[in-house]
Design a protein around this ligand. Structure first.
Ligand code: KG4
Ligand code: ZN
Length: 348
C-alpha cells in the first residue's frame, strides 16, 4: 500500500510517500518546507500568513515528494491528510488540496489527527506491546495518553495552560533569543548549570496527570526582572529552566507508566527533539520502572512532518480504507479520542 501524507496544520508545509509492504513500512520520500524564516519576523505564527505560504508551497512540495519516491498520483493507494487539530486556515489548505487530488485521481483520501501522528511517530517498524503510554510534547500540546492499541486512546492528562513547547518559545522571547525558542534555549542550556536557579516544578506532586507551565514562565520573568543576563548567567538560566520542564514532564510520565503498568512509553512532538528530555526520560524509565520499551522518534520525525501522518494510516490499515472525500473537513479542535471515522471513544 503506497500512501501520500500531507501536513499543513501549522507552519510546516509537508508531504511524504510511505509504502507498507506486509508489516514493513518504508519511507519513500519525506519533504518539509519550514516557514520559520517567515514567522521569525513576527516572533510567532500569523495564521493568515501561514495559510498563504501553504497555498504557495504545497503543490511543489507534493510534486517533489512524489518524484523523489519515483511515483505518480495515480499509482498511490491512499492519501492521508491532517484534518486537525491546528489553525483552521492552514488545515483547510491541506484538506482541500487532498480532496481535489483524490477526486481527480480516484485515489481514496482519509483524515488523520495531527496528535496521533506525533503519538505514533516513534513506532515505525517496532514490535509493539500494549498498553503504551504516549507523551506528546509540542508547541500546542502537552498530553499523556494511554494507548490500548493503535486507534484506541484514553486521555489521562493534559496541560491546563501553556504547552511545554510554548513555554520554551515564551521564555525565549523574555530572553530576547528569537523564534522558535525551543532549539535556541536548549542549545544554550547545554552549556549551563542545571542547578544554578531553583525554578518551581509546577504540579509535580499533584495527584493527577495534568501539567501547568505558565507559572514557570512567570518565575523566569521575575528572575529576569528588567535585565536579561548574558554569557554564563544566561546559559545557567536556560539550563535551569529546561531542567524544570524536563523534571516535571518525566516525573509525571514515569508515575503514569507505573500506575497503568504499561509495557512501553512513546515520546512525540516538537519538544521530543530536546536531547535532555530524551536522555532523562530513558534513564529514569530504566532506573525507576525497568526494561520496558522506550520509543523516541528519529529527529526528522519530531517536528511537524507528513511521514507521521502517513504512518498513522500505515499502522491502522493493511489495505486502503473507504474514501472520506465527501465528508472530510478541517477540524481545528479535533480531539485524539475522536477517531478517524468520527466515533468518540470515551474512556477515562
Ligand atoms: O510539534 P511541533 O513542530 O508543532 C506543534 O504541533 O506544535 O512543535 C513545535 C514546538 C515549538 O514550541 C518548539 O520551540 C519546540 O517544539 N521545540 C523544542 C525543541 N525543538 C523544537 N523545544 C525544546 N527543545 C528543543 N530542542
Ligand atoms: Zn505538531
Amino acid at each position: 500500500m503506497r500512501i501520500l501524507g500531507i501536513e499543513t496544520s501549522c507552519d510546516e508545509t509537508a508531504a511524504s510517500v510511505l509504502e507498507r509492504v506486509g508489516d514493513r513500512i518504508h519511507v519513500r520520500s519525506h519533504v518539509v518546507h519550514s516557514q520559520v524564516a517567515t514567522h521569525r519576523k513576527t516572533h510567532g505564527v500569523v495564521p493568515e500568513v501561514a495559510a498563504r505560504e501553504h497555498v504557495q508551497k504545497l503543490p511543489g512540495v507534493i510534486d517533489l515528494a512524489l518524484s523523489r519516491a519515483s511515483t505518480t498520483l495515480r499509482s498511490l493507494d491512499l492519501i492521508a491528510v491532517t484534518e486537525g487539530p491546528g489553525l483552521i486556515t492552514s488545515l483547510l489548505v491541506g484538506t482541500e488540496t487532498a480532496k481535489s487530488l483524490a477526486f481527480l485521481s480516484g485515489v481514496p483520501v482519509v483524515g488523520v489527527n495531527h496528535l496521533e501522528g506525533h503519538l505514533l511517530s516513534g513506532l515505525m517498524n517496532r514490535p509493539l506491546r500494549f498498553p503504551i503510554l504516549g507523551l506528546i510534547v509540542s508547541g500546542g500540546h502537552t498530553e499523556l495518553v494511554l494507548v490500548r492499541s493503535i486507534g484506541t486512546y484514553d486521555h489521562i492528562g493534559r496541560t491546563r495552560d501553556d504547552a511545554a513547547g510554548e513555554a520554551f518559545d515564551k521564555v525565549a522571547v523574555l530572553l530576547n533569543l528569537g523564534y522558535p525558542g525551543g532549539p535556541i534555549v536548549s542549545a544554550l542550556a547545554a552549556r549551563g548549570n542545571r542547578r544554578a536557579i531553583p525554578f518551581p516544578r509546577p504540579m509535580i506532586d499533584s495527584p493527577d496527570y495534568d501539567f501547568s507551565f505558565s507559572g514557570l514562565k512567570t518565575a523566569v520573568r521575575y528572575h529576569v526582572a528588567d535585565r536579561v543576563p548574558t554569557g554564563r548567567a544566561l546559559a545557567d538560566l536556560a539550563a535551569s529552566f529546561e531542567e524544570a520542564v524536563v523534571d516535571v514532564v518525566v516525573t509525571k510520565a514515569v508515575r503514569a507508566a507505573r500506575h497503568y503498568r504499561v509495557r512501553g512509553v512513546a515520546l512525540g512532538g516538537g519538544v521530543s527533539a530536546n536531547k535532555r528530555l530524551r536522555s532523562v526520560l530513558r534513564r529514569r524509565i530504566r532506573s525507576e520502572i525497568g526494561p520496558i520499551d522506550v520509543f523516541q522518534p528519529p529527529m526528522r520525525f519530531t517536528g511537524d512532518n507528513a511521514t507521521m501522518i502517513a504512518l498513522v494510516t500505515a499502522l491502522r490499515y493493511a489495505k486502503p480504507p473507504q474514501s472520506q472525500w465527501r465528508s472530510l473537513t478541517a477540524n481545528p479542535s479535533l480531539a485524539l479520542t475522536d477517531d478517524g471515522e468520527g466515533v468518540r471513544v470515551p474512556r477515562r
